[in-house]
Design a protein. Structure first.
Length: 225
């Protein structure tokens, strides 16, 4: 066998030497624009996304909205349009009917004097799922109106991989349906990636690292919130 093919075969076997992981996950519905409080006598449109058992977003899912106390906050069951009626604490619930099962997510908030968005920052820690090094903390945050992915100073990744790519995803076992940030620009220390306006703070649940030429997972980190 020519040396170049032997080397490629050795690398490929090393890269894919880990156990094959099933690519199905639990389907989920998620409120994507939660708030801490809504100003009295104001309105707000809640939004939600539903993801199937492969992590792909569903188009026109069968979702409905309810309020735990309509005297405090009324919400249209179809559109998610909420109206703040009086001061108090309330729970907004979104339900998604999927294959005969009801999946839910909630936003606990208060009706007060101002509308306050939830903290515009999400955090997590990377863990390797391969024989290659991958570790460190990260956060996704809104900075001056722009969404930025920040890797902290304790970040370390193996530089021995050709084509290490970074993704945001709802299914950490595959890049199918994931948002591709691009190739890793650093293998140690603090650095960041700016994301386009089309990516929302709550759109994805995982940061994912993949050996793109061989479509092999290196590791991931889940947002803790």
């Amino acid at each position: 066998m020519p040396l170049v093919f032997l080397s490629a075969a050795i690398f490929l076997n090393s890269c894919i030497g880990d156990d094959i992981i099933a690519d199905e996950i639990e389907p989920v519905v998620r409120i994507t624009n939660p708030i801490d409080s809504l100003a009295l006598n104001s309105t707000y449109i809640f939004k939600a996304s539903a993801f199937d058992n492969t992590g792909l977003i569903q188009q026109n899912p069968n979702i409905s909205w309810t309020s735990s106390d309509n005297s405090i906050l009324e919400i249209d069951g179809t559109s998610g349009l909420a109206s703040a009626k009086k001061l108090g604490a309330v729970r907004v619930l979104v339900n998604w009917m999927e294959s005969g099962e009801t999946l839910s997510d909630e936003n606990i908030l208060s009706v007060g004097m101002t509308t306050v968005q939830q903290t515009q920052k999400r955090e997590g820690s990377l863990i390797t799922s391969s024989s290659y090094q991958l570790e460190g903390d990260f956060n996704l945050s809104m900075e001056t109106g722009k969404l930025v992915l920040n890797l902290e100073s304790n970040y370390k990744a193996s530089s021995n991989l050709p084509g290490l790519f970074v993704y945001l995803t709802n299914n950490p076992t595959t890049t199918a349906g994931a948002y591709e940030i691009g190739p890793a620009t650093s293998f140690s220390g603090a650095h960041s990636y700016s994301l386009p306006a089309s990516v929302g703070l709550n759109d994805y649940q995982y940061l994912l690292y993949f050996c793109k030429p061989f479509n092999v997972k290196v590791g991931d980190g889940k947002f803790t919130d």
